[in-house]
Design a binder for this molecule. Structure first.
Ligand SMILES: CC(=O)N[C@H]1[C@@H](OP(=O)(O)OP(=O)(O)OC[C@H]2O[C@@H](n3ccc(=O)[nH]c3=O)[C@H](O)[C@@H]2O)O[C@H](CO)[C@@H](O)[C@@H]1O[C@H](C)C(=O)N[C@@H](C)C(=O)N[C@H](CCC(=O)O)C(=O)O
Ligand SMILES: Nc1ncnc2c1ncn2[C@@H]1O[C@H](COP(=O)(O)OP(=O)(O)OP(=O)(O)O)[C@@H](O)[C@H]1O
Length: 534
């Protein structure tokens, strides 16, 4: 995720950019190891002259990713301080270390030049942008945030940019793409050092425009520092990540940061969402960036809205209506009303990025499915089997509601909830599943360090809130494979079985390990086994 050619930079030029709190130490190799951190009083930018000859050609916050010539940024993490790995970084060829006073001793012990600032994590974006020559400024960037729909909107936007004739990039949960090269993704939004390296690679490959997901973690942890999106999109907000954010208010405020001049030139916001409306009011009041609104439910108060929506099993058709009576028929190949909202978000974002309406509409219509999002597994069986990455209460609700109209028989959901993450969403997911499906099989889903039965018990608290007469049939099967097999064994002609949670993922996080597991494969095997015995 780095460019092949980087213009070498003088470390001494970085120091003034880091501000008055930055100070540099260069250890004379003949001297004994340093023991204590210098005080800011000892700071003297003159010292930067001692690093005049030090050149950096890259930057990383991860010692395992250091390349010769890199600036290694040692930050305090949740588990460990990165300075613990400074020696490893030095052995790999790091040219210098940037850290905080707590990391100084270990960094200085490497005898590399050390720059100290109070909060190096917050500087990662600016440093990386500087080292790679601000590549983000040369790309048309569309960033999407929201609890649900980030991946889908990003795929649709990328398709629109391609339709407009651009070489494109994509950064998100499922994958990272630089033109036609695909790279596995581990985070929804990469750390700032990786992100700017990636943008530089895109620039090197003549990529003109990129669509990317911006998670709330990214905004809170400074991963998108130094990036200003041409268009920033807000899809929706519902409960998630309250293991990380103090409460829903904090979660919203974190996302709202994207819609300020620091990060965005133009905002595109969903008017159908209550948090979206709050955001629209705020952006309008502040008047710092323009906001364009959309609605998938025909709200004529929005700048752009969808009417005449026809929902079909394979996707939807609708009419896009915009300012001054501009209108055009559109379609999206992804099923469900929420994908009309995602399509509207993408079309409006593309228009704001300068793509003509017919091109934007054609690009969204051309987009094929997104891996693991409402993905059908079809082995010729007489019921519908779907894998979907719904692992949040809002997503469970959206998926079950949108599948109901195409369900001729019963609607079954196999669902669990992740361990070591937002515990408050467990009952909410149990409740949504029990209220909206006919049959629910509660199972495990990335239990991590927790016992799946404990998680399921918490989901059952939500199930109990649904009056018995309106409640789905509930089965508890903690083994995910067995749960999927059970759903397949019980399916009748015309039923819909949705396996929620893992989507495109290929592993189960159990303890410290990732065990190979792909819902799509397991579902396929179960269906084939049943067809063989029928
Ligand atoms: C809360 C969070 O986001 N944590 C991320 C953060 O961890 P951390 O800073 O606490 O790191 P740490 O493990 O204590 O290590 C400290 C430092 O030492 C470095 N280190 C560590 C070990 C080593 O051998 N060498 C080394 O240099 C690390 O790179 C890090 O810079 O930095 C790490 C390195 O980049 C990330 O892997 C880690 O993501 C964890 C794994 C994670 O699960 N994050 C999730 C919650 C996340 O960010 N999700 C969002 C949202 C997804 C969604 O919308 O659903 C996302 O954007 O993906
Ligand atoms: N606009 C939407 N409103 C409600 N639910 C949605 C919406 N879009 C997608 N979903 C549901 O959320 C799931 C995940 O969709 P997608 O991957 O696009 O969202 P995301 O925001 O990228 O999710 P994550 O943050 O978990 O990566 C889908 O499979 C679907 O169940």
């Amino acid at each position: 995720m780095r460019p092949e050619h980087v213009q070498p930079r003088l470390l001494s030029e970085l120091v003034p950019l880091l501000g008055p709190d930055a100070f540099v130490t260069c250890v004379d190799p003949a001297e004994p190891p340093l023991g204590t951190a210098p005080t800011p009083a000892a700071t003297d930018l003159e010292q930067a002259s001692s690093v005049d000859s030090v050149v950096v050609t890259g930057v990383t916050h991860d010692s395992r990713a250091v390349r010769p010539g890199d600036l290694y940024v040692a930050v305090q993490g949740q588990r460990v301080h990165g300075a613990k790995f400074a020696a490893q970084a030095a052995r790999a060829g790091a040219a210098a270390v940037l850290t905080d006073p707590a990391g100084y001793d270990r960094a200085a012990a490497t005898r590399l030049p050390v720059i100290t600032v109070p909060d190096p994590r917050s500087r990662l974006g600016d440093v990386a942008a500087w080292i790679y020559g601000h590549p983000a400024r040369e790309l048309l960037l569309i960033g999407t945030t929201g609890t649900s729909g980030k991946t889908t909107v990003s795929y649709l936007v990328e398709s629109g940019l391609r339709e407009a004739g651009m070489r494109t990039g994509l950064v998100g949960t499922v994958e990272i793409r630089v033109d036609d090269e695909r790279i596995d993704s581990s985070l929804t939004t990469p750390e700032a050092t990786e992100l700017h390296g990636l943008f530089a690679l895109m620039r090197e490959r003549d990529v003109a425009g990129a669509a990317m997901e911006v998670s709330s973690h990214a905004l809170a942890l400074g991963r998108v520092a130094g990036v200003r999106y041409d268009v920033a999109v807000f899809t929706n907000l519902s409960q998630d990540h309250l293991d990380f954010h103090a409460d829903l208010h904090d979660y919203f405020e974190t996302k709202a940061r994207l819609f300020t001049p620091e990060f965005a030139k133009v905002a595109v916001v969903n008017r159908d969402d209550s948090f979206g409306r709050t955001l629209i009011d705020r952006i309008t009041e502040q008047g710092a960036i323009p906001v364009t609104t959309f609605s998938a439910t025909g709200d004529t108060a929005a700048d752009w809205y969808a009417t005449d929506v026809v929902l079909e099993a394979g996707g939807s058709r609708f009419r896009v209506v915009g300012p001054g009576g501009m209108a055009m028929d559109a379609s999206v190949r992804l099923p469900g009303p929420f994908n009309v909202a995602n399509a509207m978000a993408a079309i409006v974002a593309l228009i704001e990025a300068g793509v003509p309406l017919p091109t934007a509409v054609a690009g969204v219509a051309a987009a094929r499915g997104v891996p693991g999002r409402m993905e059908r597994v079809d082995e010729g069986q007489d019921f519908t089997a779907i894998v979907d990455y719904s692992h949040k209460p809002g997503a469970i609700e959206a998926v079950l509601t949108s599948l109901r109209p195409i369900t001729e028989g019963r609607l079954t959901i196999v669902v669990g909830c992740g361990g070591d993450r937002d515990r408050g969403k467990r009952p909410l997911m149990g409740e949504a599943a029990a209220r909206l499906a006919d049959a629910v099989i509660l199972t495990d889903d990335n239990p991590r360090s927790e016992d799946p039965v404990t998680i399921i018990t918490s989901m059952l608290e939500g199930v109990a809130k649904v009056p018995v007469a309106q409640r789905a049939r509930i089965t508890v099967e903690p083994d995910r494979r067995t749960a999927i097999e059970l759903a397949v064994a019980r399916a009748q002609p015309g039923d819909v079985v949705v396996v929620a949670g893992k989507g495109h993922e290929r592993g189960q996080h159990v303890g410290d390990r990732i065990l190979p597991f792909d819902d799509r494969d397991v579902l396929r095997e179960a269906i084939r086994a049943r067809l063989d015995t029928d």
